[in-house]
Design a protein around this ligand. Structure first.
Ligand code: F3S
Length: 384
């Protein structure tokens, strides 16, 4: 991989140990993937923030690295293990270590906005921008919906790219590698979480091209998150909607019909008659419009003595949705900075209900929780 003189200097340690380490990782990553050079990025989004997933080894690494390097581009964090403003049930040791982790990132100049929807929290990339983002649903949204370009980075590679301000030029940074490989023809009324759950499992790491759906941004957020969870989808196209859908021909591609039976199979797999102790909504983090819709739906209804409602969003959206938050908090909690997967929710509940395809996939695997899938209307009916 070609390096400029300046990049060679950094690699040789002339800017210090931290930048040299960052450059070394980016060069290794580029060489493994056949990149020709490093390209400048507009922003970085860094996973590996929750103390639940990072543990003591991760905390030690970040605290040490934070004394040796600083970021050079706009950088934000993925959700942490708790609401940073109003910690709840996590316990003192967890709380103290989580705050240390976020402080170490802040010491490197990283914004402590902890969300998987940075594009709803002050960092909305433009078409053609190169990024180094690591949260899989955010990667999918940036590529497919916004037309920005990012590979699905790991937490460390996103952090190192943030330090250098560049990323290796391969994969989804290159136009030809963004072309679809399978067409999915879909009946329009399929819920995005279920469609994403089904297609992700089918297409794996491919790039699906959808015909027959007309989702809005919130629905595409849900679709992409589910496909990134059951598969490794980092890019997709929707005919007539996403910005690069017309840039590629699909004439030669295999066409797969998504039938009602496919979706019924997914429903049967995800739905169960387990009794949820909590309802968890907001994977990915809810938008302002989604919070307002929930508030409007619940307003003036009588709260039921059922499962506890927990709604997850970014700090930024929560702060900009005060009226909606006030209403929802009559029925449950509105939690920022964290989510149902990266917080230690399994210490409190054995069974939760969600409308998220991604949470339905991850909670049993990562947190050994039983999950009941239901659509948003049905979930809210359990609350009021
Ligand atoms: Fe976001 Fe957590 Fe879901 S990071 S996409 S809310 S698993």
């Amino acid at each position: 991989m070609y390096l400029t003189k300046e990049e060679e200097r950094i690699l040789d340690g002339e800017e210090g140990e931290g930048p040299a380490k960052a450059m070394k990782l980016l060069v290794a990553l580029g060489e493994i993937n056949g990149a020709d050079e490093l390209i400048p990025i507009k922003s970085s989004q860094i996973a590996g923030v929750s103390y639940k997933t990072m543990g003591d080894a991760g905390l030690d690494f970040i605290e040490d690295f934070s004394t040796k390097a600083a970021v050079t581009v706009k950088s934000m964090l993925n959700p942490a293990g708790m609401d940073l403003d109003s910690p709840g049930e996590e316990g003192n040791e967890f709380r103290e270590k989580q705050l240390r982790m976020v402080k170490a990132y802040a010491n490197m100049g990283i914004e402590t906005t902890c969300t998987c929807t940075p594009y709803l929290a002050g960092n909305r990339p433009r078409k053609g921008d190169h990024l180094a983002w690591s949260e899989s649903s955010a990667v999918s949204f940036a590529n497919a919906v916004l037309g920005a370009r990012t590979n699905r980075e790991g937490g460390p590679s996103a952090l190192m790219a943030a330090v250098i301000g560049k990323t290796p030029n391969y994969g989804l940074h290159i136009k030809e590698d963004r072309s679809p490989d399978t067409v999915y023809r879909v009946a329009e009324d399929i819920p995005p979480a279920l469609l994403g759950y089904h297609v992700g499992g089918d297409v794996g790491g491919g790039i699906p091209y959808f015909r027959g759906i007309s989702y809005n941004e919130d629905e595409m957020k849900s679709l992409g998150a589910a496909m990134a969870a059951t598969g490794a989808v980092a890019m997709y196209h929707i005919d007539g909607i996403t910005p690069e859908a017309d840039d590629f021909t699909t004439d030669e591609l295999e066409v797969i019909e998504v039938t009602d039976d496919d979706i019924e199979d997914i429903k049967a797999k995800l739905m169960s008659d387990n009794k949820p102790e909590a309802i968890v909504i907001g994977c990915p983090h809810l938008s302002k419009q989604e919070l307002e819709w929930i508030a409007e739906h619940l307003d003036d209804k009588k709260p039921k003595a059922g499962p506890e409602l927990r709604v997850y969003t970014s700090r930024s959206v929560k702060d900009h949705s005060k009226e909606a938050v006030k209403i929802i908090e009559k029925y449950g909690k509105v939690i920022a900075d964290t989510c149902m997967v990266v917080s230690p929710l399994e210490d409190i509940y054995d069974v939760v209900a969600t409308d998220s395809g991604k949470a339905a996939e991850y909670l049993p695997k990562l947190a050994q929780q039983k999950v009941v899938y239901a659509d948003l209307n049905s979930l809210l009916e359990m609350v009021a």
